[in-house]
Design a protein around this ligand. Structure first.
Ligand code: GLP
Length: 253
């Protein structure tokens, strides 16, 4: 333990032109990526880090925030900072639900139902869902939470004919994909997804606890079943400061 502590202190040098917070952050990044620390391991408290490196709380917070932003650690309120599960390339290419995405990041997923109604499909939605204009769709609006913090406003359009029972389900507390697969035995196959930057409307800003016109990330996803029928047109508006997508591009796939 003694030598580990010394190594920690030696890893930060005031003679180094690299800012102290970056040196601290880089030290912990190497520990995590090198495997010296495993997912779920706790890293020292901010107070302990301040003392070890003899730096201010602000410097330690900057270092930890940088690790959080890279998805290397997560903060659990009242419990401390823990090494996050690594993001797997495969997972990024998989069709996952919000619930699965949050568990993967070590966060507790949640949803609060804003509205649920049966409406005639607006023309753009009808086209995406391969429906005739005016055919019935169930529109569900939910606020999605991560560790009880609002993260996204989601609007789903589901063809009524594909899953009429959905109208009676409580979508506040459960996973939509979970319901489709486990209760209704529908098999999801693939989705096409579009991503774009956008600005929060007044209503979205209020729900997401940000300011109107703050940056948000907009996704549109059309998901289909194994028999080819589209099962959802989903529009999600994520807080721009909390969410990032990661894709690995291969020049020679
Ligand atoms: C993400 C997708 C939506 C999908 C939802 C399902 O948010 N963007 O298209 O409907 O996940 O999540 P869950 O199964 O947790 O309700």
């Amino acid at each position: 333990m003694e030598s580990a502590s010394r190594a920690l202190v030696e890893s930060v040098s005031r003679d180094n032109p690299i800012p102290l917070y970056l040196q601290i952050k880089e030290f912990w990044r190497k520990q995590i990526e090198g495997g010296a620390l495993q997912p779920g391991d706790q890293i020292p408290t901010d107070q302990e880090l301040c003392e070890r490196y003899d730096v201010s709380r602000i410097t330690v917070k900057q270092a930890i925030n940088a690790l959080v932003n890279e998805g290397l650690v997560i903060r659990r309120q009242g419990k401390g900072t823990f090494v996050a599960k690594p993001k797997l390339q495969q997972d990024l290419l998989k069709l996952t639900s919000f619930t699965e995405d949050m568990w993967q990041r070590g966060l507790v997923p949640g949803a609060s139902l804003l509205s649920k109604e049966l409406i005639p499909a607006p023309s753009e939605i009808a086209k995406s869902l391969q429906l005739k204009e005016g055919e019935k769709v169930v529109r569900i609006q939910r606020l999605r939470l991560a560790d009880n913090e609002p993260l996204a406003v989601e609007t789903l359009y589901v063809p009524y004919a594909v899953c009429p029972e959905l109208l009676g389900d409580d979508l506040g507390g459960q996973s939509f994909y979970g319901l489709l697969e486990n209760r209704y035995g529908l098999r999801l196959n693939k989705a096409e997804q579009f991503l774009e930057g956008s600005l929060a409307t007044k209503k979205e800003a209020h729900l997401l606890r940000i300011r109107e016109k703050d940056a948000v990330l907009l996704t549109e996803r059309i998901t289909s079943l194994e028999d080819g029928r589209p099962v959802e047109f989903a529009k999600s508006v994520y807080r721009g400061d909390k969410y990032k997508f990661h894709v690995v591009l291969h020049r020679h796939p």
